[in-house]
Design a protein around this ligand. Structure first.
Ligand SMILES: Cc1cc2nc3c(=O)[nH]c(=O)nc-3n(C[C@H](O)[C@H](O)[C@H](O)COP(=O)(O)OP(=O)(O)OC[C@H]3O[C@@H](n4cnc5c(N)ncnc54)[C@H](O)[C@@H]3O)c2cc1C
Length: 388
């Protein structure tokens, strides 16, 4: 099978690696490397688990972080021990690392931009190349040309705007929920610098106001991370599926398929997209290299990823309703059982489909935790005094 992959982000490189491993002839087109993709670069455990082994001399360029501080504008704060690390990467390094794995597996990387694709499998590039493929894979991100050619762009209502800057220095990992914003602010420490950012529904508030809010909040609460005049902003959208999943059912045709952001596969609550990019790239190759159709890939993606993302889309409004995140942090602070659920959500071990069931099963333990919380607090204070 002759496969054209448009884009060498995580979705494209993973698809390229998996197709090449299975014997396909793979061409990955992307003129942007080396480049930094605007991103927090957070890799949950489920993303880390999908990654190929790096060669001994070329280990995964990730910083491992073991705890995360969650807080709210009202002053609630908890420090969660994640038990197992999450990775944080600079996308310039991570994407190049994954592309090297695809090339090692036999894929060809062409430093060229695709300017046209059609339903017969024919592509044209900026450098003037014209070639026909058995399959065109749209791994070309949030503003995908492949998506716009065969479907329509992901609408504004299903996109987040995520923006910020990279600050010099170091910080703990922080997620902060802000009043009146259906999203959150983050500080993600990487090797040598910190990703500072904020995400919220596109246009609500307008990007200019979102950045101004981020500047104010960081200057007030984390002055060492404040942006200096020479530091540029970054901004990019994150597309995600709606509640009905119609777009998920139509993400492949006879000779084309979409993966990652091009397929709008990202978590509408957290903005996590790297896992979905990696897994959809893998799923596509696994499915098509057994002789199944691109449509069979869309069905598998719906089954494995789609239902959970649709559930997340339904939970979105409740999650960011006034007071919810305050209550969540307050309860997690008083209940080890609930904070375990939160940790599993952060690590990607707890899906949305079974979340309600797990919360119901946690209720008796939660009640006990709340009743005994004052005793645990007294122990903690006592232990802190004896250390001093
Ligand atoms: C600010 C921000 C923070 C985020 N933080 C996180 C996070 O911490 N964790 C997480 O999991 N997700 C995060 N995400 C989401 C994550 O960045 C995306 O979901 C992920 O990058 C999607 O990967 P992809 O391969 O589908 O697309 P991309 O990473 O966007 O890659 C697409 C590639 O296609 C190339 N391309 C585009 N058009 C063409 C063309 N015509 N021809 C050839 N090449 C082309 C581009 O140059 C690019 O290299 C964040 C997103 C944003 C915006």
């Amino acid at each position: 099978m002759k496969v054209c992959i448009v884009g060498a982000g995580p979705a494209g490189s993973m698809a390229g690696l998996e197709f090449a491993k299975r014997g396909a002839t793979v061409s990955i087109f992307d003129p942007s490397h080396p480049r930094e993709k605007p991103c927090g670069g957070g890799l949950t455990g489920k993303s880390l688990a999908l990654l190929p082994e790096g060669a001994g001399h070329d280990p995964l360029p990730a910083r491992r972080v073991q705890s995360c501080r969650f807080d709210t504008a009202r002053g609630l704060m908890i420090e969660l021990d994640l038990g197992e690390p999450v990775g944080i990467v600079a996308r310039s390094e991570f994407d190049a690392w994954l592309l090297r794995r695809a090339v090692e597996a036999g894929a060809r990387h062409l430093n060229d931009r695709i300017t046209r694709v059609d339903a017969t499998g024919r592509v044209r590039t900026l450098a003037g190349l014209e070639e026909t493929f058995d399959l065109i894979v749209g791994a070309d991100g949030a503003n995908s040309l492949v998506r716009r050619t065969f479907l329509t762009a992901t609408p504004k209502e299903r996109r987040w705007m995520a923006c910020g800057w990279y600050a010099r220095g170091d910080s703990e990992m922080v997620v902060r929920f802000l009043k009146d914003v259906e999203g959150y602010l983050w500080l993600f420490p990487r090797a040598g610098h910190v990703g500072v950012g904020i995400g919220a529904p596109l246009g609500n508030p307008p990007t200019r106001d979102l950045l101004a809010l981020l500047e104010r909040e960081v200057a007030r609460a984390f002055p060492a991370m404040a942006r200096d005049e020479d530091t540029p902003y970054y901004a990019h959208t994150i597309p995600s599926p709606g509640e009905d999943g119609a777009t998920l059912r139509e993400m492949a045709g006879l000779k084309w398929a979409l993966v990652g952001d091009a397929a709008a596969l990202a978590d509408p609550i957290t903005g996590e997209g790297i896992f979905y990019a990696l897994r959809s790239g893998q799923l596509l190759a696994e499915t098509m290299m057994t002789g199944a159709s691109a449509q069979a890939y869309a069905e598998r993606a719906m089954e494995e990823l789609g239902h959970d993302l649709m559930r997340a889309a339904r939970l979105y409004k409740k999650f960011f309703a006034p007071g919810f995140t305050d209550r969540m942090l307050d309860y997690a602070d008083r209940s080890p059982a609930l904070s375990r659920v939160m940790v599993d959500l952060v690590l990607g071990k707890q899906d949305y489909v079974s979340l309600k069931r797990r919360l119901v099963m946690t209720l008796p333990r939660f009640g006990w935790d709340l009743a005994t919380a004052p005793v645990r607090r007294a122990w903690r204070r006592q232990a802190a005094r004896s250390v001093v």
